[in-house]
Design a protein around this ligand. Sequence first.
Ligand code: FAD
Length: 743
Amino acid sequence: MDPPLLDTRPCASPWDPVPPVHSQYVTRPKTRLEFTFTKSSSYSMPCEAASRFLILYGSQRGQAQSLAEEICQQAAEHGFTADISCLSNQRNYNLDSEITPVVFVVSTTGDGDPPDTAQKFVRKIKNKSLPHDHFSHLRYALLALGDTNYANFCNGGKTIDSRLQQLGAKHFYATGHADDGTGLEVVVDPWIEGLWDALKKTFSSMATSDQQDAVLSDSTQDSFHKTASGQEKNKSDLEVDLHLLKLSEADSQKGKGIESDSRDVETVSAVLVASLKQSVPPLSQSALNVPALPASYLEVRLEQVSTEGETVPSDKDGYHEVSISKAVQLTQDDAVKTAILLELDVSNLAYQPGDAFDILCPNRASEVEELLLRLDLHTRKNCAVQVNLLKNSSKKAAKVPLHIPQNGSLEFILTWCLEIRSVPKKAFVRALVDFTQNGSEKRRLLELCSKEGSADYNSFVRDANVCLLDLLRAFPSCLPPPSLLFEHLPKLQPRAYSAASSSLQLPGKVHLVFNVVEFPARPEHPARTGLCTGWLAGHVSSILRPLGTVLASERLGTSALPKVHVRPRPSSTFHLPADPSVPVVMVGPGTGVAPFIGFLQQREKEREVYREATFGEMWLFFGCRHKDKDFLFREELERFVHNGTLSHLIVCFSRDEPDAAGTVSTPTYVQHNLHLHAKNVASILLKDKGFLYVCGDAKNMAKDVNDTLLEIIGNELQMDKLDAMKTVAGLREEKRYLQDIWS
Ligand code: FAD
């Protein structure tokens, strides 16, 4: 029997319940989660209560912007009027005189920095001459976005939040800290849901009372802050709330429906296993709360003008097309990962060790081809695309995305402008439902974007890294128009690679090193390589050579060499100390060693030129799997040690067998070696005011190193963990503990 087919008409509220059409379906018992969310009372809000508020966003990659737009979109459905602006457009707003509530959505970038678009705003509010009550008239809420895989979680938002507080601004609703590491929606969805009540209370207090402060502090204790039993919590409990929220969500997923009909559930689960395409009870029988249909806002016309021959984006946005003069495989063929070094001709681009370069990479031709075929657009791939705003769209502040060029061909846009591999957000999944013919497929897509289907979305879409093409493969009757793709697919982002050289040693050139990222096949998608690293590996295959050999191609003219579009990405902090006598500790396993090769080349040259100068010690903690397979830059590092540039090279091998007797337990990871050299590390950082640099994997290594550092400092200074954390925070503040990490 087909699962229930739902009415997919656009919902009136963001979480309109969609009733099952068949009476046999069990109503889901109330879970703790449902108590945590007080249902927005938007339906009953009288029109005359409609009130204006302001949304300001600071976005680096478009996440914060799209959430701000979603809030703006939902505002009307809740009886509010919202104005929206990027924080960088300071002409659009004036917080000095803003008396209506303000909602900030701010992401985090780099080493816990606010996004580029918020930098000017941050500088402005950090002005020391501002009086402590400068923003005492301001009522605001802030949604901070971050990733717990990185240090300084949500620091972009926290920086703005704490400065606004210092200047007298008051929360009308508690700050949300959303974690991209576990899924932004875990926090974002309930935060937005609670926002409407908080706004309502704020407006009514503004309208009726001169006791604004008292009421505002009440409204901070809104639904987002109430426990299941209705007890109020204070702001510091927020992160605990969110943790509980995750747990209760997991609980509710586990226990949902089982009490009501456990025998049936067990019987059906024995036969069916949930997958991307298919759900099992209780979800398959549940009533669903689905997000509102996002308003469409783009009109796309395909003109029959041939745009054949279009190439990669031109020099705009600061990109330069450069030759790849060398490509060397640094690892043995039987190493677990393949690391490749590229040498680029960058004679017209300046950089320092510690900087990185952004590389533009296209989507895979085979995936673009398949997408075009699947969307019935293959014959029109060379048509010129004209994108305009849809007249009468209800989307607020709708704009034609700047990354979609007018008159570019469809194929070009899908290849160079849109991240077609991005994981579709729930709003996109919701929008796809309306372009799906088959009833069962519609139902499954609705489940995946529903509140009840959150666990399924997390396992089969988000954690499985499913992309649009994977969804289209799984749901054959889904046929979205190009406008939907343009509305929902984010901009294709360049990938950054740290300079692994110094221009003092290598004038006019830069070395970059990367591992070819490999994603194994899963039920939801075939095996694939990372978008940029897989592409680069193929792109340089004609000139790729093993370490220690020379190819004839290295003597070829530049016209025969592969080319790539790059843009320098300078780092504001990740550089050698200005005073060369200051000692440094560098921690860089795997390709994380890249910037340190640049540091060491620079120092080697400086030592040659400034023979009289005093140079501080340089320690390098490196790690790889096998001594003989993936010890990157081994010869060069040994040369640095030999000529005194590198004072200590401390290496570990995580997969090499212990000695023949099996008695020696060698350190496995860099943090173990840090422990073994704890006294030296502590002395360099605490006595000699030295620097600690960490580069590489954000998910595990950077966290483990940070924990080890806390232990080292705690032991050395005989202090508890909290004080050790404060000391480490102080090192970060002084920019003596610097990270260049990625996941
Ligand atoms: P992508 O296709 O973008 O995939 C990368 C991530 O997407 C994965 O880690 C995973 O989280 C997720 N993902 C996508 N698809 C799947 C799937 N099917 N299954 C599981 N997960 C999936 N890298 C280096 O190697 N060397 C460097 O020197 C270096 N320097 C950097 C400097 C900076 C400042 C930054 C920000 C990053 C740096 N990186 C470096 C990382 C680099 O930019 C890329 O992120 C990395 O090379 C992967 O790119 P990709 O396009 O091949 O992978």
